[in-house]
Write a protein that binds this ligand. Structure first.
Ligand code: ADP
Ligand code: ZN
Length: 621
């Protein structure tokens, strides 16, 4: 088999880690050398002399074997004979008033000495260690220059921690994400010819913030922008700005901008900008001066340069809510582009991009694979394709077939479901009732999506379990009764907890906040509330978290009275749905018990098993 199967898109995350790893490696090597040399130095000092215990020394004196010695308050040095040969010795001095008498008695030629002369003191205590340190420093800074650009050359522009390239990635390599690409289109036009763009009256962009989950292709999109415009691409990760010493971050920013101005038109890409751009209000406990200085420098540089030269700063984050609002002011990152997790169509397109260079069997159906991979991001899908190709190689297969893809998907899912997260027995029981509650309510309601899978295997940090519902078809319109049913399903978890444990837990927090969002949308966006009727009081989504004033939702002007009605309508809808969920579960208490005990046992219940339980056909269990 040859490597025609492989799609050589190396995960860039590896590169990011490598640079840090190298620095650590160098440090370890030099630490090892240092320890070795100290050891050598010590053994050198003691090598020529035999070190004697004081008792042994006394014994030798009494046996007339010691010929001569010098006494100091710290040690005794001298010469003794053993088996006819003369040997130097050293021994640690002990407070022994009789010693002199005994030395005289045994004819030892002795003299006193001051414990150290200033010269040896100077050499051993100062010059040698400092010389050694200097040597290490010299070696290290020489090496670091090669690796990541000189550890000690602060502010001199000698280090290049950012990478500089001219990518040949194009928009066509970024599958799905059509909206994001469209939004960036004018950035490309601008970079191609800044002067012309300005003459035609285009609004000059300066900073673009790409917002999206890890692996959704933000870096790829930024590169493709440079590729489309055929301009250089400077990139750096936010965490690299501040990993070393105080003051370095700010000078790195300065350095990078001066480089960018030389290369203009070009793109500067800052990955993980949240590492430096965290809201200053949020780091309450430790005020991180280094980060703040770096951020201030970045803001100053962005404000300082003239946008007509054609430098675009693109930055990526998956936590826009923690960013300092100052970053979002006009003239800074005033354009925000959401890079979403791909939907079914997007996933299919991404799979096709990555499968371009591999030999596929006739049975491979990307639409089906896309349906099997809900929640996967571009990076996950790229992994699936690579893994499938590897499996095909292992199989000695002539091409990559559907079974390879299926196995690759299962492996990827297994990786995402970190099974090793331990939860306590009673927590597990609660989670299984909670998830069963969601599933049973979903089963009983016509407007809810059918249950596909119920799991109490934790995924990631927040979710302890999940109930997966698969829509029968992709929908663009949702009716009011469907929305209410969704709401009721969300309450199923908490309702089950209340029925069984008479006490609720914090586990439903995510459900409740999603439910609140839906209820609010029903009232304020879709004109579906009876009391308030048709007017729209809030605009949907877009500017929810990304304005310069921080986290706000765009609102029409609403009187206090209307706001009260809105609130009461929202809680009325939510209460009705919650009670409905409770009723359903009370009427199906036996199913709830059954399902949660199976779930507790198996951790995962699939669609067929679930249906069997709900239809009561489970006598064999
Ligand atoms: P992010 O920067 O959002 O964390 P990356 O751009 O580093 O994600 O994506 C990692 C890899 O995943 C990319 O190099 C690419 O191979 C793949 N990928 C992600 N999104 C897409 C996409 N929309 N189309 C094609 N490949 C993608
Ligand atoms: Zn829940």
């Amino acid at each position: 088999m040859s490597n025609q199967f492989f799609n050589n898109k190396i995960d860039q995350n590896d590169n990011k880690k490598n640079r840090t790893n190298n620095a650590i490696k160098f440090f370890l090597v030099y630490a090892a050398i240092a320890i070795f040399m100290i050891y050598m130095y010590q053994s050198f000092l003691s090598s020529q002399k035999t070190t004697l215990s004081y008792s042994k020394f006394k014994q030798l004196v009494l046996q007339d074997k010691v010929k001569s010695c010098t006494l100091s308050d710290k040690y005794i040095k001298g010469v003794f004979t053993e088996d006819g040969s003369r040997k130097k010795f050293i021994t640690i001095a002990v407070n022994d008033p009789d010693l002199v008498k005994q030395l005289q008695k045994h004819n030892v030629d002795f003299s006193g000495t001051v414990s150290n002369t200033w010269l040896t003191n100077l050499i051993l205590g100062w010059i040698l260690p400092f010389g050694f340190l200097f040597f290490i420093w010299w070696l290290m800074s020489k090496k670091m220059k090669g690796a990541s650009g000189g550890l000690f050359g602060f502010g001199k522009g000698r280090y290049k921690i950012y990478t500089h390239e001219r990518p040949d990635v194009k928009f066509s390599d970024v599958a799905g994400e059509d909206e994001a690409k469209q939004e960036i289109e004018d950035v490309v036009d601008f970079l191609k010819d800044p002067v012309k763009f300005q003459r035609l009256g285009g609004r000059m962009p300066k900073g673009v913030l790409l917002v999206g989950a890890p692996g959704t292709g933000k870096t790829l999109l930024a590169k493709a922008t440079a590729g489309e415009a055929n301009v250089p691409f400077l990139s750096i990760s936010g965490s690299e700005f501040i990993e070393m010493f105080v003051g370095v971050g700010a000078s790195r920013v300065r350095d990078m901008f001066s480089e960018a101005k030389k290369l203009a038109p070009c793109i500067v890409f800052i990955d993980e900008i949240d590492a430096i751009g965290k809201s200053r209000a949020m780091g309450v406990v430790t005020s991180n001066d280094e980060r703040e200085q770096t951020l201030n420098q970045l803001l100053a540089e962005m404000d300082g340069f003239d946008s007509t030269i054609g430098v675009i700063i693109m930055a990526a984050t998956n936590r826009p809510e923690v960013l300092d609002p100052a970053l979002m002011r006009p003239g800074r990152f005033d354009k925000q582009v959401v890079v979403d997790k791909p939907d079914v169509k997007g996933r299919e397109a991404i799979l096709k991009v990555h499968a371009k260079d591999i030999v596929l069997g006739d049975d491979v159906d990307f639409e089906k694979i896309a349906h099997l991979t809900p929640g996967f991001v571009g990076a996950d899908l790229a992994n699936v394709v690579n893994e499938a190709a590897l499996l095909a190689v292992k199989d000695n297969s002539d091409a990559v077939h559907m079974n390879h893809f299926e196995e690759a998907i299962e492996r990827q899912i297994a990786g995402l479901q970190k099974k090793n997260r331990v939860i306590r027995g009673d927590e597990k029981k609660r989670v299984s009732y909670h998830e069963s509650g969601h599933a049973i309510v979903a089963y009983m309601l016509p407007g809810a999506d059918p249950v596909h899978k119920i799991s109490i295997i934790p995924r990631g940090l927040a979710a302890l379990g999940y109930t997966q519902q698969l829509p029968t078809e992709e929908k663009y319109l949702i009716t009011k009764s469907e929305m209410l049913d969704k709401l009721t399903v969300l309450f199923g978890g908490r309702a089950a907890e209340e029925i069984i444990f008479k006490d609720v837990s914090t586990g439903a927090q995510n459900d409740l906040s999603r439910a609140t969002d839906i209820a609010r949308a029903i009232v304020t966006q879709f004109g579906m509330s009876e009391k308030l009727g048709l007017p729209v009081f809030e605009k949907p989504g877009a500017s929810k978290y990304l304005t310069s004033e921080g986290i706000v939702t765009e609102k029409e002007n609403i009187s206090e009275k209307t706001q009260e009605i809105i609130d009461s309508e929202i809680s009325k809808i939510m209460n009705e749905c919650y009670n409905k969920a409770k009723n359903i579960l009370n009427n199906n208490r036996d199913k709830l018990e059954k399902l949660s005990s199976v779930l507790l046992d198996k951790e995962l219940v699939n669609e067929d098993e679930f249906k069997a339980i709900m239809e009561g056909d489970n006598e064999n269990k």
